[in-house]
Design a protein around this ligand. Structure first.
Ligand SMILES: [Zn+2]
Length: 73
């Protein structure tokens, strides 16, 4: 089943922009997030975020809690 993914508009303290599932308890509020689309895996969502925001691609990372498989830093 696909899940909806969002990216946080605000950077974490380490400079990362985190990608979250819509069900994550750390999902940013609606004014602080951008909808990425619905995907089967967090990796697809991260890839889409990097395509949409190429200038930030080195700072896009999966959320530790909802997208741990894509959390690298
Ligand atoms: Zn999350």
């Amino acid at each position: 089943m696909k899940k909806e993914y969002y990216i946080n508009k605000n950077q974490q303290s380490n400079g990362d922009y985190e990608v979250h599932e819509s069900s994550c308890r750390f999902l940013p509020s609606s004014e602080n997030r951008i909808y990425l689309g619905s995907f089967y895996t967090c990796q697809e969502a991260v890839n889409e975020a990097k395509r949409l925001f190429p200038a930030q691609r080195n700072n896009i990372n999966g959320c530790y809690y909802c997208s741990n498989a894509c959390h690298t830093s």
